[in-house]
Design a protein around this ligand. Structure first.
Ligand code: MIC
Ligand code: SF4
Length: 672
């Protein structure tokens, strides 16, 4: 039977499944599947916990084809903590056979695309934007650090078999409209929870008109749809991209079978698209720029793993060439990788940006995760990033709009929201599916492979050591690196006060904020737990302390835990006593993280039951043993009187993990 590309790659990697499955036939959706992971990536903010867990698994060397440890999030280094973490991660990489990408080399997803990603392979990363790799035809999935640690130890990755949604692209983008506008259009139609339990697979003649970095912008922000991942075919454009990175040998063609069927199809005519913005404070609050046109802007930032490729910098340079940043605007640019930076420099793009007045920031996550470049109070900041949750920028009352590089550039020079398509500027020219305009006669892309090689030769990516050399490496641990705390012991009956009742779309930034103050504590759970849920309720920690960290639960609305893969959003609550989270629905990665740390995720059978519960009520969870063993609905009593049920959609392995007291204990007991 004709299969979609995503399903073909999944089937090539399937290890086991709870669903009925015959190779070549579609796998039943929603049932647990276990897939072999070829590559892993971690970044420093999630990496320390992942490797602390990996060390306890006790394998002498990673068992994947390739694993890379990146430093890109915590590069502010206001005291010893960040660099101590970097040194720990470097020593772990040396000891266990990983590549190590040094601080300043770039954002993990951009560098992975340039240096390591391979069409047709699976990639698991401890960062929610790992699906960027879908831009070159990979099944690339974001997960919690513990799941990545298990994969590095040779274990399969478990997830519910996703539905496969097809996105048919026709036509061609107009000048001034970017790849970002395509994904913003998908977000407008599908919302931040539309992709839960699904893969978005792009197809149709419009695909050829998009370069690999443009495709990667789209797959990257599939994370904002809540999708498991997104994928493009690997075609001649992918081949050219890999060749230009000096990796032509890594190319294979990857495409869906002719006549395959999708669980649903969305159609977008690229020729009809105009510039869009995701407005405060969620990535699916979409408005056309034409509606915002003329409104004042105070800050513009180009960067993040979504839009910081050479294509993006080039698109900005084309618009700002010969102009200057408007007096009321502060503008910054953070190229996604050192390779991009070198390229931009060789192509004259950097010069244009400097002349225009951009502040040049480090090739790292930086402002995207609230590490510097915070906007002014009540500021209007246009960012080419992927998330605009309230407060994430570092300024609580700032208004963050997510836009394309074209729109950001237009606003930077005019000082107001402006549709780039209305500005007269020289557009890029297309040669063999690649965009060229600012290169001023110099074909910089052809020298890209040299630059990539140079970056590696200069030691910005340190390759794995031989087994003999690795055995001599000593792991370096700074004083802020504390062991991962154990989960609380599983109990079949629990009486849990509702310590917090939250609304819809709570993000992991709300549950465990990032930013310059909190991020350095990622390796120290007792310390970081003090920030748990403070964005929603400043008293959460003190109330937990007053309750002696007794067992409790949290109640939430739809899409609870959207956003990042940070398992600290499960670890913090666990440390403070949260034993169950009951919601209308969950975001995928957060739900998996809760299970991994022994917290029971439940969803109301009747969403109306949410209104029956108030903060301070006591919820009794009755005979969890029987629900978890038999897959029957959960029974919950409110204040010992009203009884409601919650859906039990927990796969058998996840139920076993919960009863074992979390994934680490489950794995130690021999669980697979
Ligand atoms: C993010 O964009 O929120 C992060 C920071 O990259 C996170 C990971 C983290 O919190 O360390 C993510 O997206 O998973
Ligand atoms: Fe870094 Fe921002 Fe991308 Fe997260 S979304 S990996 S913080 S650049």
């Amino acid at each position: 039977m004709a299969l979609t590309l995503a399903e073909k790659i999944i089937q090539n990697h399937i290890v086991s499944t709870e669903a009925k499955f015959t190779k070549g036939e579609p796998i039943e959706r929603g049932k647990d599947i276990a897939i072999k992971i070829d590559q892993t990536l971690t970044q420093d903010a999630t990496g320390t916990m992942a490797y602390l867990q990996f060390e306890t698994i006790g394998v002498p060397r990673v068992k994947t084809e390739l694993s890379v440890s990146y430093i890109d999030h915590n590069t502010l280094q206001t005291d010893f903590k960040n660099m101590d973490d970097h040194r720990y991660l470097q020593s772990v990489a040396a000891k266990y056979g990983l590549y190590f990408s040094r601080p300043g080399n770039g954002i993990c997803h951009q560098v992975h695309l340039e240096c390591f990603g391979k069409p047709g392979k699976t990639l698991l990363g401890s960062d929610s934007h790992t699906p960027t790799g879908g831009g070159i035809g990979m099944i690339a999935i974001g997960a919690g650090g513990l799941d990545v640690a298990v994969a590095m130890g040779g274990g399969a990755f478990h997830t519910p078999m996703p539905k496969i949604f097809g996105v048919k692209l026709t036509g061609k983008l107009n000048k001034g409209v970017g790849a970002k506008d395509i994904i913003l259009e998908v977000l407008r139609r599908e919302t931040v929870k539309g992709g839960t339990g699904a893969v978005y697979e792009y197809f149709g003649e419009g695909v050829e008109t998009l370069t690999v970095p443009m495709r990667a912008t789209i797959t990257n922000m599939g994370a904002e749809l809540g999708a498991t991942c997104s994928i493009f075919p690997s075609d001649q454009s992918t081949k050219r991209f890999l060749e230009s990175m000096g990796r032509g040998q890594d190319w294979t063609e990857q495409k869906a079978d002719e006549g395959c069927t999708y669980d649903k199809i969305i159609e977008i005519n690229l020729s009809e698209l105009h510039a869009l913005a995701a407005c405060p404070h969620n990535p699916d609050v979409i408005k056309p720029i034409s509606e915002l046109a003329g409104q004042k802007v105070t800050q513009v930032v180009i960067g993040s793993c979504t839009n910081s490729s050479l294509d993006d910098l080039e698109a900005v340079a084309a618009i700002v060439k010969g102009k200057h940043i408007a007096p009321g605007v502060e503008a910054g640019i953070a190229p996604g990788s050192r390779t991009t930076l070198l390229m931009a420099s060789k192509a004259g793009i950097l010069e244009t940006l400097i002349e225009a007045g951009f502040r040049i920031l480090e090739s790292a996550c930086g402002p995207c995760i609230g590490q510097g470049f915070a906007p002014n109070s009540e500021g209007i900041t246009l960012r080419t990033f992927n998330r605009n949750f309230k407060g994430r920028s570092g300024t609580a009352d700032a208004n963050v709009y997510l836009v394309s590089p074209e729109t950001a550039a237009a606003a930077a020079v005019t000082g107001v929201f402006t549709e780039a398509e209305t500005m007269g500027y020289e557009d890029a020219v297309w040669v063999n599916g690649m965009r060229y305009s600012m290169l001023e006669g110099k074909d910089a892309r052809l020298s890209l492979s040299d630059i990539t090689q140079t970056a590696q030769n200069r030691g910005m990516i340190i390759p794995p050591l031989s087994e003999e050399e690795a055995s001599k490496v000593e792991i370096l641990r700074g004083p802020n690196i504390k062991p991962c705390p154990a989960c609380r012991e599983y109990k079949s009956n629990m009486s849990l006060p509702v310590r917090l009742k939250a609304k819809d779309n709570v993000s992991t930034d709300d549950i465990m904020p990032a930013g310059a103050k909190v991020l350095p504590l990622r390796s120290n759970i007792p310390e970081i737990s003090k920030f748990t849920l403070t964005r929603l309720d400043e008293t959460f920690y003190t109330r937990s302390e007053e309750a002696n960290f007794a067992d409790c639960c949290v109640v939430g609305g739809e899409n609870y835990g959207q956003g990042s893969s940070r398992e600290h959003a499960a670890l913090g609550p666990m440390y403070l006593g949260v034993r169950a989270v009951i919601t209308k629905s969950f975001a995928r990665i957060h739900k998996a993280n809760l299970i991994n740390y022994g917290i029971i995720p439940m969803t109301f059978t009747d969403p109306g039951d949410y209104d029956k519960i108030s903060q301070g009520d006591t919820l009794e969870l009755v005979d969890l043993d029987s629900s978890l063993k038999n897959g029957t609905p959960f029974i919950v009593k409110i204040n010992g009187t009203k009884q409601i049920t919650c859906v039990n959609d927990i796969a058998k392995r996840s139920a076993d993990i919960l009863m074992a007291g979390g994934l680490a204990a489950y794995t130690r007991n021999g669980g697979q």
